[in-house]
Design a protein. Structure first.
Length: 338
């Protein structure tokens, strides 16, 4: 289990994934060497992976939530196979279905997966696809970590954090855009692939691999983030953070209440994602809870207090196979990036 300083380090990274260890140390009161050692232990222990992803929606593509019914007894095999696909994220195994997110940068990619590949997969009995049409902001902080800092430390964090490298906010990524989607060059793709494996890789090392100067690499990454083509993220092993129970919420909310209900759900501490979708259920959210009693409190006291939440389905995740990019092993630790 991680301690208070580890949580503080993770919170600093959520504010600026590329924040130098020396600056993190200046915020939390540890030496640069100690922060670096602790970070490497978090990575080596499968607690954290700093990664990067393209946003298919802002590139003119789609993000779809898939609910797949596998053949009896073949759910684990199907989930493991889906986790190997680079366009699949958040691959989860529930009691009778595999739930995952397919991220396609264009219509052709989506058609290949939903019309050609999945229906022809021998392990698939049936499936439904629900387009993500709006992502609501998460307005709470990572496991309430700001409460671990003094006012002076939070002020120092504000001073040193580079907002261009913060974990992306859903509402920012769904802002209205004018003009054509950003176009990624071959070099951009190389940079993104490197950051996907390690979003903290030094600019000098990235530059040596893509034949650009470190200054140009840094500026190009910031341009991609500003354009919405790229965002940085942190994959976390929630078991190590004390919230091992993952639950996905599907709901049918009256259309007129959907924006306000989604925003209110995003303000619940234990909610990590919430969006509006197409389909019979028009709202989806994910929850991290400590145990069943904690989940009961979340359902009855927090969701129950929000108008429009009378028709919700709470689906416990039996096994998380893949997160944003990191694959999860049997010990529920992050083992690799795809």
């Amino acid at each position: 289990m991680i301690d208070v300083f580890d949580r503080m380090i993770i919170h600093c990274l959520s504010r600026d994934i590329r924040m130098p260890f020396a600056q993190i140390g200046s915020v939390i009161g540890l030496s640069e060497q100690t922060v670096a050692r602790r970070y490497q232990m978090l990575v080596g222990g499968g607690v954290i992976r700093c990664t990067a992803l393209v946003d298919p929606v802002l590139l003119g593509g789609t993000q779809a939530l898939l609910r797949i019914t596998p053949l009896p007894g073949r759910g684990g095999t199907l989930a493991a196979a889906l986790a190997q696909h680079p366009d699949m994220s958040w691959v989860s195994l529930a009691s009778s279905e595999v739930i995952c997110v397919h991220r396609s940068e264009n219509t052709a990619d989506q058609e290949r997966m939903l019309i050609d590949r999945l229906p022809k997969t021998s392990l698939v009995q049936s499936f439904s696809a629900h387009l993500v049409i709006s992502r609501y902001p998460i307005t709470t902080e990572l496991f309430g970590a700001s409460g671990l800092f003094s006012a002076e430390q939070l002020a120092r964090l504000d001073d040193v954090a580079d907002p261009d490298f913060a974990m992306a906010d859903n509402s920012e990524r769904d802002r209205d855009r004018v003009g054509d989607p950003p176009v990624l060059t071959a070099t951009d793709r190389e940079i993104i692939a490197i950051l996907a494996r390690d979003a903290r890789m030094p600019f000098t090392r990235i530059a040596s691999r893509v034949s650009l100067t470190p200054t140009r690499v840094a500026s190009r990454i910031k341009e991609l983030v500003a354009d919405g083509a790229l965002y940085l993220d942190v994959d976390l092993a929630n078991t190590a953070l004390g919230s091992p129970m993952a639950v996905i919420v599907f709901g049918r909310v009256p259309s007129r209440l959907l924006p306000s209900t989604g925003a209110a759900i995003g303000a619940i501490d234990e909610v990590t994602f919430v969006c509006a979708t197409t389909g019979a259920s028009n709202l989806m959210a994910s929850i991290q809870a400590r145990d069943t009693l904690h989940l009961h409190t979340i359902i009855t006291e927090k969701f129950g207090a929000i108008p429009g939440t009378d028709d919700l389905e709470f689906v416990p995740i039996l096994q998380q196979i893949k997160q944003a990019r990191a694959v999860v092993d049997d010990a529920r630790t992050l083992i690799s990036l795809r």
